[in-house]
Design a protein. Structure first.
Length: 288
């Protein structure tokens, strides 16, 4: 399968935080949700994909190309969607069309007006007076109007009210219908993923823990509940993270077969939500 983004052995060190030897592949034609807790390294990774931050080591390729030699071509084909138009302070959408449009070979005025209308955006109002959600939509309209093949969004739904959030997610589904585009978006809202993502890349403390299809995640992970007496060094090997309480234990597993053969019918196995997976993988409340 073709990958539009490929990170190989990427390392970035900040004081007190590092992304180390990250390998990440984003599959063409799908929506990948990039999930992780606050400070997990999502924005840092996105900035490296966008060439806004240089990795200390490793290789970043977008469309199989290197920014060092093909920056212009890559930028032409990417749409970076964000909620603050720092570059366009004071401009309205008409100005944006005039200034930004000519910078892209594939820019289409007709498409731009079509999206402005579909997203119900005002053409003459200054962008700095736009709400967060409107800015996000404006940014998406720009990306779509230059026919970006890869749309990268840093927390597109953060701070949006539930209705607006759902509307934006619906839009993302709509623009994916022909499967010619790829979307990579970061979020820490797990229900966003359940709504639109085909793949989930999960980052924790700068480390990519997995990058799997939604279906594989649903098949591979489960919650296990039972009495604490069942836990010992051997049985715990089938569990990733265990939360003990006086009423019993609850744990996450990525090996349901091993749990079944280890515990038999003495435990309850339930579907793990993305939120459960995040919580346990983050190591929350271990061995309480
Ligand atoms: N320019 C920088 N200099 C030093 N440290 C930085 C810099 N940028 C990010 N960091 C640190 O890197 C870590 C990861 O930050 P990052 O913004 O990538 O996380 P995030 O997953 O996007 O978080 P959030 O969901 O809160 O936006 C944090 O500890 C942050 O303080």
């Amino acid at each position: 399968m073709e990958h539009v983004v490929e990170l190989k052995n990427v390392t970035k060190n900040f004081k007190g935080f590092s992304v180390e030897n990250m390998d990440l592949q984003v599959k063409k034609g799908f929506v990948t949700g990039f999930i992780g807790a606050n400070g997990a390294g999502k924005s840092t990774t996105i900035k490296m994909i966008m060439n806004l931050l240089k990795p200390d080591a490793g290789e970043v390729k977008v469309f199989g190309l290197d920014f060092k030699t093909h920056e212009k071509e890559i930028k032409e084909r990417i749409g970076f969607v964000y909620d603050s138009n720092v570059f366009y302070e004071g401009m309205n959408l008409k100005d944006i069309k005039r200034v930004v449009g000519p910078a892209y070979k594939q820019w289409d005025d007709h498409l731009f007006y079509q999206y402005v209308e579909q997203f119900e955006l005002p053409l003459n109002k200054s962008l700095k007076k736009f709400s967060k959600g409107m800015q996000m939509k404006a940014s998406l309209a720009v990306a779509l109007s230059h026919r970006a093949e890869l749309i990268i969004m840093d927390e597109p739904t953060a701070g949006l009210d539930p209705i607006f959030r759902r509307e934006l997610l619906d839009l993302l589904q709509e623009i994916m219908i022909d499967r010619n585009r790829t979307i990579f978006f970061s979020t820490h809202i797990t229900t966003d993923l359940e709504r639109v993502a085909d793949y989930i890349a999960f980052i924790n403390k700068g480390e990519l823990l997995f990058n799997q299809s939604m279906l594989d995640v649903a098949d591979n992970y489960a919650l296990v509940k039972g009495s604490v007496e069942l836990l010992d060094r051997d049985t715990e090997k089938s569990l990733l993270h265990v939360h003990r309480a006086s009423t019993g234990f609850e744990a996450l597993t990525d090996n349901i077969q091993a749990v079944k053969s280890m515990f038999g019918d003495s435990v309850v196995i339930e579907r793990a939500s993305m939120e459960d997976i995040m919580y346990y993988m983050k190591g929350g409340m271990q061995h309480v």
